[in-house]
Design a protein around this ligand. Structure first.
Ligand SMILES: *[C@@H]1O[C@H](CO)[C@@H](O)[C@H](O)[C@H]1NC(C)=O
Ligand SMILES: *[C@@H]1O[C@H](CO)[C@@H](O)[C@H](O)[C@H]1NC(C)=O
Ligand SMILES: *[C@@H]1O[C@H](CO)[C@@H](O)[C@H](O)[C@H]1NC(C)=O
Length: 142
């Protein structure tokens, strides 16, 4: 009886440590996913960019962000790479206009959103872009 209690306790502790290991130690803020969440929805609600969320959680979230399940802990960003000035892309938006409206250069927009391609043809309504004038040193190699 007592043995099985402790066995379960150890098993629970193991699960907890696996979950904790997925959140980076320098994580600024976490969210718990809800049923029906998408990366873009979480980003818009928390004012972080889609690129940032997907980069920080690349071990959990797949490239299309279609594998989220409820009750997952996601990190919104890590210390020093936490952009919280954002723009939610609207139908018809173009990068030049987004940068202009945010009073930043196109170069800064591209630096903070390395997922935007050179013709700005791959942004889409609902995507959340970092429009901060501060350039964040995102590690783009992973
Ligand atoms: C998520 O966690 C809450 C609280 O722990 C629980 O009530 C709920 O059933 C969980 N939902 C799923 C889908 O696991
Ligand atoms: C736009 O940015 C420039 C340079 O960063 C700054 O001097 C200016 O005050 C800003 N304008 C507005 C309206 O925020
Ligand atoms: C950018 O992405 C759009 C949409 O996927 C595509 O049509 C366009 O060719 C891409 N541009 C470049 C330079 O890859």
């Amino acid at each position: 009886m007592q043995t099985s209690f402790f066995t379960r306790l150890v098993a629970l502790a193991a699960i907890a440590s696996v979950v904790a290991a997925q959140t980076p130690p320098d994580c600024v803020k976490t969210v718990i996913t809800k049923l029906g969440d998408t990366c873009d929805k979480i980003c818009a609600a928390n004012s972080v960019s889609t690129y940032q969320l997907e980069t920080v959680n690349h071990d959990i979230v797949d490239g299309k962000c279609d594998n989220l399940v409820p009750n997952e802990t996601l990190c919104l960003g890590i210390t020093g790479q936490y952009c919280d000035v954002v723009h939610v892309v609207q139908t018809g938006d173009i990068c030049y206009e987004v940068a202009y409206q945010a009073n930043i250069t196109l170069t800064t927009l591209y630096a903070n959103n390395p997922n935007i391609n050179s013709t700005c043809g791959n942004i889409y309504p609902g995507e959340v872009l970092c429009t901060s004038s501060v350039i964040y040193p995102y590690n783009t190699t992973n």
